[in-house]
Design a protein around this ligand. Structure first.
Ligand code: URA
Length: 490
């Protein structure tokens, strides 16, 4: 029996397994030791044998599978993986991985399944908390604490790098910690839970968001508990809400059912405005009567067509809901439909839409693959002044109440599409989505650490370009706008 020591990890196992297979060492002659504190006598002789034997490769499917299994905590995993590799390479059983009834394959599949599940939980339940900002660049820094069941931290790190590229973060775990500084990923030792921050303002924000997306009509307590086992609750800021929301769910569900019959009925203007004249009265998404069984964008658009949450519906021809593929990776948010959009019922089909099309094309972006929508879904306008010639409907910017009243629709669209990138065109869209005092002139560009999507870009609205009287200036601004669009998809 030979003892083979590895640094616990797939790469170390792979290197040694490769030499052992080339030397045709049978599995039963090896004791794998991953405590990395013992010397193995075996390798000096194996290396000299293998020098003459040339290259070795394992099937891709095996490598992918072994990489997952290697993350499992079970110490037997190295021996079992080697045994399967031996049967494939030396025994010639090329289809072994497909033999799900084989005891060894079944055992490894169970391990791979547990690892996949653990990775899924890490992706779903890591919650970053803001801890400060870098002194020089003022980049905000976030830290999260997570306790995985298996050794999944490094394998799962690329997911977080992709999702949160724009912010500095650390994920601390008892075994290993990973840190992203905007350019490189660093791995350090694990830490004690006391080093992770527990409570701050971000928790309140997150709780507010969780409350607004919680839909009582879709509540399935068992499924929810299976998806979010209690062991993760202690690290989740929304956990204290869960019990409360579950208890309130049946009352809220009844209210939603009752509300369904009343929404489409036109409400007399005065009574309506009296009842909805403060911001806090704006509806939440959960109060909008969406069919719990069908929350597709087309179902939402149908309900939005009857929306009376603010007075803009009265003077508009129709609700202009977003448009584009449900699986779009890019979402573009404008302010509100203009005159042409109001008549045609589609976003960005008028002059601003045409300029947007040209700039998207210049940035190499396919408009038909993007989802386009607006912060406000009705056209707000006033008649042109008397004596101004041809009667026209003049655009008026929506006020804060109208933006807030429409926000549940935008939230629902973002939740449904889950885009990789959101481009916010103009101050209204940026204020609706980022914060009410957002300044496009000062803060234009990539928005760091947005929870809405991995990339959020705020830029000017194409109608701003159309309004610039100076041709040269317009050209310059258009170039800058195209740069912003390119940044969004870079
Ligand atoms: N401007 C917008 O913001 N949206 C449209 O759909 C058209 C013009």
């Amino acid at each position: 029996m030979r003892t083979v020591s590895i640094d616990p990890g797939f790469d170390s196992w792979r290197e040694k397994a490769r030499d052992l297979i080339l030397a045709k060492v049978p599995p039963e002659e090896i004791a794998w030791n991953d405590s990395s504190n013992s010397e193995d006598s075996l390798f000096a002789d194996l290396e000299s044998i293998n020098e003459q034997k040339g290259n070795f490769s394992a099937p891709r499917a095996f490598v992918d599978f072994a990489q997952l299994v290697a993350c499992h905590r079970n110490p037997d995993r190295w021996a079992r993986l080697y045994s399967v590799l031996y049967r494939i390479k030396i025994g010639g059983d090329r289809d072994l991985l497909k033999k799900h009834t084989d005891h060894e394959i079944h055992t490894l599949e169970m391990m791979a399944k547990a690892v996949r599940r653990d990775r899924h939980k890490m992706k779903a339940f890591v919650r970053f908390r803001k801890v400060g900002e870098t002194a020089d660049t003022k980049r905000e820094q976030f830290v999260a604490w997570f306790e995985p069941d298996h050794h999944i931290v490094e394998l799962t790190a690329p997911f977080f790098v992709k999702r949160f590229t724009g912010m500095d973060w650390s994920i601390l775990t008892p075994e290993k910690s990973i840190h992203w500084d905007g350019e490189e990923l660093h791995v350090t030792d694990g830490v004690d839970k006391s080093q992770a921050p527990t409570e701050d303002a971000l928790d309140d924000l997150w709780r507010g968001y969780y409350k607004s997306i919680f839909n009582p009509a879709r509540l399935k307590v068992k499924a929810m508990q299976a998806e979010m086992p209690k062991k993760y609750w202690k690290n989740l800021p929304e956990a204290p809400l869960i019990q409360e929301l579950i208890q309130a769910a049946s009352t809220r569900r009844d209210a939603m059912v009752a509300a369904e019959a009343t929404i489409p009925t036109p409400v007399p203007k005065n009574a309506y405005i009296q009842s909805l004249h403060t911001l806090k009265d704006a509806p939440q998404l959960s109060e909008i009567p969406l069919d719990p069984g069908d929350q597709s964008l087309s179902a939402m658009a149908k309900v939005a067509a009857t929306c009376r949450a603010c007075p803009l519906w009265e003077n508009a021809t129709q609700t202009v809901f977003g448009e584009g593929p449900e699986n779009a990776r890019l979402m573009i948010v404008g302010e509100q439909p203009g005159d042409t959009e109001d008549l045609q019922g589609k976003p960005f089909v008028g002059p601003a839409g045409q300029l947007l099309n040209e700039c998207l094309a210049a940035a190499g972006i396919d408009r038909s693959a993007a989802y386009l929508t607006n912060a406000v879904k009705h056209f707000k306008w006033k008649p042109s002044p008397a004596g101004a010639g041809r009667k026209r409907r003049l655009h008026e910017s929506p006020d804060q109440f109208e933006v807030s009243a429409c926000k549940p629709w935008l939230q629902a669209e973002i939740a449904r599409i889950a885009p990789n990138t959101i481009i916010l065109l103009g101050a209204t869209a940026a204020r609706a989505v980022i914060r009410p005092d957002f300044k496009i002139t000062k803060e234009r560009g990539l928005i760091e650490q947005s929870q809405l999507a991995p990339r959020v870009i705020a830029t000017v609205h194409p109608s701003y370009l159309l309004r610039l009287p100076d041709v040269e200036r317009r050209k310059q601004e258009a170039l800058q706008f195209v740069q912003d669009l390119k940044l969004a998809v870079s």
